[in-house]
Design a binder for this molecule. Structure first.
Ligand code: ARG
Length: 589
């Protein structure tokens, strides 16, 4: 989007140096903090090609540009350029006032498909707080990819298979439980979790339990009606709970095919590997030797007891996704702890000559640490991997609920006009938004720290801060339409202020940030660009509160209308930017 402004600059330099315009536009960056200028061009490469020094070239270019009316200054090896506010306003607002969302759309992925495997929790357990990471990084990537033109398939690869279910069924039978017991429990997933803990403890005392568990695992694998029925029940109960949390987070999926679906589809993959002579037996286990690809250890495909493993299942699932979607990219949003698993099976896909092997990406991320101020008896407050309160683990749902409660209290205090159902809606948007933004604001491979007080601040780098900036713009729009119901479309060239120009330039930088977010699967890039933009908006609006000349609703109705066009466009871009990273943008706060 910035290229609309930089095009004349680029053309002059390209003509002067006799190089293609793309060689210049690729160099354009933002000047370092505190340095004057709207864009900077580092002159290293260009100077080398011309046989001169970077500072000398910067000086030469500045002198050349002076004759064209473009204001440029050499700063060491950089050429810094400052645009005229009116030029920025007429060029950018000319486009953005008609279609503000063009700032957040690209055709990078037009005609392409991306599969995104995210969240993918194990059933019969709760969503723990750490599940926020895969769920919300994946959700943001899905929306960002869509904005970049991709067709996106959201996949929840549920962990719904394994020996745990044989054990659960054995426990169910042992305790002679009935559907009524489950239906009557206040929290069905906790009921299943407790059942699992009981039977696991019983197994420690009584070897017979393991035998029963294996027996039920076998019956489940063989499709026995009773075993399948109970398994389905456990799955339904878990999904009900998951979907409640997903609804709070605003997340949905196109496919819920979990591990169980691939149970009978792994045989062919294993035979193919064996047929191609890629496997060998290692102490009874079936493995693939990946040493030719630089791996130290072979990858396990099948245990000595015949149980198939995670890698085999992921391969089978990927074949299926390839058949269904012919994806251009397939992302796996899973913590960095599983990096080796993905490296291994991506390598096996390559050995098998799968056409999709180069399209797979593991989108790893760091852990989330929570500030536990009340961790329970004998424990010191501090950062911990497991969120606890009074010695009890806090689930994702509980963390969200607490954030919502805190947001509700702040809103009640800040704005007493907001009541009832509206207040509830806004409390959810702000509470959830605070938790989600905290997770997305820094690079995904970093570990993240979460503390309620920090995430919920209305100033600083938080979700509520961005949401508040949006609500502030909405409120100006409301006031304006009351004051001037039939306002004309303003003359954009009246926007001559530096702060207005900076808002527009920050908006114009959003598209490149979106593209970089998609290319590096990094929602934080857009998150940072939104913070930068909201910062420019905030100082503009604050100037307007203090300085008569900067007021949006001013005596000059043409100027007011032009400023309002900028308000509208900022509001639309901020709202859309928030949506793309998975936050709601309430109109009042
Ligand atoms: N269910 C797994 C877990 O909880 C995550 C699955 C990730 N997706 C995948 N295709 N392996 O660790």
């Amino acid at each position: 989007m910035l290229d609309l402004i930089t095009a004349p600059l680029v053309a002059h330099i390209a003509a002067h140096l006799g190089v293609p315009a793309s060689a210049i536009s690729a160099l354009i960056t933002t000047p370092a903090k505190g340095v004057q200028g709207d864009v900077a061009i580092p002159c290293y490469q260009l100077a080398k090609a011309r046989g001169t020094s970077p500072p000398a070239l910067a000086t030469e270019l500045a002198a050349m540009l002076a004759t064209t009316g473009i204001q440029a200054t050499p700063v060491g090896p950089f050429l810094n350029v400052t645009f005229a506010p009116t030029q920025v306003a007429t060029t950018l607002l000319g486009v953005l006032a008609q279609a503000p969302l063009t700032a957040l759309r690209t055709s990078l992925g037009a005609g392409k498909t991306a599969c995104i495997d995210f969240s993918s929790p194990n059933i019969a357990k709760h969503l723990a707080f750490h599940h926020i990471r895969s769920t919300m990084i994946g959700n943001a990537l899905a929306r960002l990819y869509e904005a970049a033109g991709y067709r996106v398939v959201r996949i929840n690869f549920l962990g719904d298979w394994g020996t745990a279910f044989g054990k659960l069924i054995a426990g169910w039978k042992r305790d002679q439980l009935t559907l009524a017991d489950l239906a009557g429990s206040a929290d069905k997933v906790t009921f299943l979790h407790d059942l699992y803990v009981r039977i696991s403890n019983a197994a420690k005392q009584d070897a017979g339990v393991e035998v029963e568990a294996r027996h039920w695992s076998k019956r489940l694998e063989d499709g026995d009606a009773e075993a399948r029925h109970l398994w389905q029940l456990f799955k339904d109960v878990s999904l009900q709970e998951f979907k409640r949390v997903y609804a709070l987070l605003g997340v949905d999926f196109d496919s819920w095919k979990g591990e169980a679906f691939y149970e009978d589809k792994m045989g062919p993959v294993l035979s193919e590997l064996e047929g191609k002579g890629l496997t060998k037996l290692d102490q009874g286990a079936l493995v693939v030797d990946l040493s030719s690809l630089g791996f130290k250890k072979p990858a396990l495909l099948k245990r000595a007891d015949g149980g198939t493993l995670y890698a085999t299942r992921d391969l089978a699932a990927c074949d299926d996704r390839w058949k269904d979607y012919q994806f251009d990219r397939s992302l796996y949003v899973v913590d960095l702890g599983q990096a080796l698993h993905f490296k291994e099976w991506f390598a096996i896909a390559r050995l098998l000559g799968r056409p999709y092997a180069d399209r797979l990406r593991h989108i790893g991320f760091g852990i989330v640490l929570m500030w536990n101020d009340d961790p329970g008896e004998g424990q010191q407050p501090g950062w911990a991997r497991v969120a606890t309160r009074k010695g009890k683990v806090m689930l994702l749902r509980e963390v969200l609920e607490e954030a919502i409660d805190r947001a509700r209290a702040v809103i009640a205090e800040k704005n007493e006009e907001i009541i009832g159902e509206e207040r509830e809606r806004i409390a959810i948007a702000v509470g959830v938004g605070a938790v989600v933004f905290n997770d997305l604001k820094s690079g995904r491979t970093n570990d993240v720290k979460f503390r309620f007080e920090d995430a919920l601040r209305f100033d600083g780098e938080t979700g509520p801060y961005l949401q508040f900036a949006h609500a502030r713009l909405c409120s100006i729009e409301r006031k304006f339409s009351e004051a001037h119901p039939h306002a004309p479309n303003g003359d954009h060239s009246l926007l001559t202020r530096e702060d207005e120009k900076q808002v527009l330039l920050a908006i114009a930088r959003l598209r490149a940030a979106l593209e970089r977010s998609v290319e590096s699967d990094e929602p934080s890039t857009l998150a940072s660009a939104l913070l930068a933009m909201a910062g420019q908006v905030a100082s503009w609006l604050t100037n307007g509160n203090h300085d008569h000349d900067a007021r949006i609703l001013c005596a000059d109705s043409g100027l007011s209308a032009a400023r309002l066009a900028l308000v509208r466009c900022s509001r639309a871009c901020l709202g859309e930017g928030l949506r793309l990273i998975g936050l709601q943008a309430p109109e009042r706060m």
